[in-house]
Design a protein around this ligand. Structure first.
Ligand code: 13P
Length: 250
């Protein structure tokens, strides 16, 4: 049985006081046991978020980490540092990291390995750009992102991996993939996993959709057979909208 997951990627939003306030609002909402809820505040607020959520079922994830163990990498954060404050989930490969910080599939493969070596759980993001879809190459792009960024992991590693398909053209644009487009890609991802690993791994991995998910469209998207939840940007910054999305599974 695949896990239903809804994760809020807060990106570079919310200072310490705003983070505390949002978490307090979230803790007042009712969250069903059937859904694993995560939030990913910015680095400076991870530790306070972990403390704030100590008695809650909500998990704290980091938005990124460096691939090296430690050393002269000014401004970077390691897996061990995250774990030392109680964070053992990390988002890797977000399209904003790929586009603005030059993260390649090869670099991401290293980050994935480091995270898994530290027994961290990885939320691995990928997705095509608008130009790829316009040229009908969205499936090839997605397959390559998986092949070169992720398919070096072993079969047993898959229990620590969550996939997040985020078509770049739908992120923060108000443009959403239709439920049918999301389902079509998620089914393709599962088929690719079955071909490269095994049908049972393909069946077990949770695949989230991300890109302009809102309370008004979540239930239709989450209702699709191969969509196991969402990675939410803008709408996760408001406790009520986020909770409405968390409760959108049919
Ligand atoms: P939006 O929900 O704001 O489109 O962002 C999606 C996203 O990038 C989540 O990681």
């Amino acid at each position: 049985m695949r896990k239903q997951i809804v994760a809020g990627n807060w990106k570079m939003n919310c200072d310490l006081a705003e983070t505390d306030a949002l978490l307090n609002d979230l803790k007042k909402q009712s969250i069903p046991d059937s859904t694993h809820v995560m939030v990913a505040p910015t680095y400076t607020n991870l530790q306070s978020a972990v403390r704030s959520l100590e008695d809650s079922s909500i998990t704290v994830a980091a938005q990124n980490m460096h691939q090296s163990e430690s050393g002269a990498f000014t401004g970077e954060i390691s897996a061990a540092m995250l774990q030392s404050i109680g964070v053992d989930h990390v988002i890797l490969g977000h399209s904003e990291r790929r586009a603005y910080f030059g993260e390649t599939n090869e670099l991401l493969a290293e980050k994935v390995t480091t995270a898994l070596n530290h027994n961290m759980k990885v939320i691995f993001c990928f997705g095509e750009e608008l130009v790829d879809r316009q040229h009908g190459r969205e499936f090839d792009v997605v397959k390559d992102q998986l092949k070169y960024g992720l398919f070096h992991v072993s079969e047993s590693d898959w229990q620590h991996i969550i996939l997040a398909y985020e078509p770049v053209w739908a992120i923060g644009t108000g443009e959403t993939a239709s439920p049918e487009q999301a389902q079509e890609m998620h089914a393709f991802i599962r088929k690719t996993l079955a071909e490269n690993y095994s049908p049972s791994i393909a069946e077990e991995v949770s695949i989230l959709y991300g890109g302009s998910v809102k309370p008004g469209n979540a239930s239709e998207i989450f209702g699709k057979a191969d969509v196991d939840g969402g990675l939410i940007g803008g709408a996760s910054l408001d406790a009520e909208s986020f909770t409405a999305i968390v409760n959108a599974f049919q």
